[in-house]
Design a protein around this ligand. Structure first.
Ligand SMILES: NC(=O)c1ccc[n+]([C@@H]2O[C@H](COP(=O)([O-])OP(=O)(O)OC[C@H]3O[C@@H](n4cnc5c(N)ncnc54)[C@H](OP(=O)(O)O)[C@@H]3O)[C@@H](O)[C@H]2O)c1
Length: 319
């Protein structure tokens, strides 16, 4: 089968489309014929080998054999099953998150049936389904941790990114009054996702407006709790998706003060994928796709995502 493999860390050109052996599912695994995957923001530092955390997992000097095919999000069809599999059958159309299992940049990928995998929403394409997986489940994970409630005032920083675009829609679904912070070119997009208000970060610093929020969700790590404290209501929560240092601040704010920082990593996503399927099929959430590329264009796709300005998601069509 065709797969995009990287054997050394570096620029997008380290990604090479080659022929590799088609995997065989183990007893508790399914084999998925991948129709679509994505280039997620997290895969950029993985490819570059940037950060000790990634190197410890993926390989200190170069990516270990089992991590050489990137691709954390996928949608496709179940091609075959291990003999212990009961949740899925051949031909099921699924979407899922491989996480550090990776392997989505390939024509076939195997996943444990108990992994973050679910039947995909019936009313969207494979490309649209793949584009929902990590961004929307992560947005849901953080909004739940922030105990979002109807009537709250919520600010989403990075509202035009993958997590942000879904956070805006989900916060609206939960009945919040939502302000989205994004760049000039994305104001219309964020409004179209349902935001009640938008702030252009290139002309206004939301921490200086004097307005306060129940939840500030920084999806892209471009602010800090210390800067945002004055913009949080009493008992407010600051949700942050990035940075190991945030765990120490979370510990500190859990002991001291009434404004809490909440960090975390959304890893197990099956329940969220099932919930999101219902939301999408009911028309409450829509996939947000910026650009489509083919697997053969993976270098270009990585270059585009690495620039840091994608709107929602960048999808790769496989096959
Ligand atoms: N904790 C977790 O479980 C978890 C899970 C998934 C991802 N992550 C991490 O979360 C981060 C965000 O992921 P993502 O996929 O949402 O990112 P993304 O889609 O790559 O974010 C790109 C967006 O960020 C916006 N942006 C850039 N600078 C900004 C600024 N100063 N203020 C406001 N918006 C700005 C850009 O808008 P403009 O073009 O207008 O600048 C662009 O639309 C990544 O670092 C990723 O690794 C964490």
């Amino acid at each position: 089968m065709k797969a995009v493999v990287y054997t050394q860390y570096g620029p997008p050109e380290v990604l090479q489309l080659v022929d590799v052996e088609k995997p065989t599912p183990r007893d508790d695994q399914v084999l998925i014929r991948v129709h679509a995957t994505t280039v997620a923001a997290t895969e950029i530092p993985m490819r570059r080998g940037k950060g000790l955390d990634f190197r410890i997992v993926i390989g200190l000097r170069r990516p270990r054999e089992r991590y050489r095919v990137l691709g954390m999000e996928l949608a496709g069809e179940i091609e075959s099953l291990g003999k212990e599999v009961t949740r899925f059958k051949k031909g099921d159309q699924v979407y899922g998150f491989t996480g550090f299992g990776l392997g989505g940049y390939a024509e076939y990928c195997r996943m444990p049936e108990k992994g973050s995998l679910a039947i995909k929403p019936a009313n969207v394409t494979y490309e649209e389904a793949a584009a929902v997986v990590d961004g929307a489940t992560t947005a849901l994970f953080f909004l739940n941790k922030g105990r979002i409630r109807s009537g709250q005032e919520v600010l989403i920083n990075g509202a035009s990114g993958s997590i942000g675009a879904y956070a805006v829609q989900l916060a609206k679904y939960f009945g919040a009054d939502v302000t989205g912070v994004c760049g000039t070119a994305n104001l219309e997009l964020v409004r179209s996702l349902g935001a009640d208000g938008v702030i252009d970060y290139t002309v206004e610093d939301f921490t200086e407006s004097g307005r306060t929020y129940d939840i500030i969700f920084d999806t892209v790590g471009k602010s800090s709790l210390s800067r945002c404290k004055g913009s949080l209501k009493k008992g407010g929560r600051y949700l942050l998706t990035v940075g190991w240092g945030s765990y120490l601040v979370m510990l500190w704010t859990s002991l001291v003060g009434d404004k809490k920082l909440i960090a975390g990593m959304s890893i197990k996503k099956t329940d969220e994928l099932v919930f999101l399927r219902e939301l999408i099929e009911a028309g409450h959430l829509r996939p947000v796709i910026d650009r489509h590329f083919r697997l053969e264009e993976i270098v270009e796709a990585h270059r585009y995502v690495e620039a840091g300005h994608k709107k929602g998601n960048v999808v790769i069509t496989v096959g």
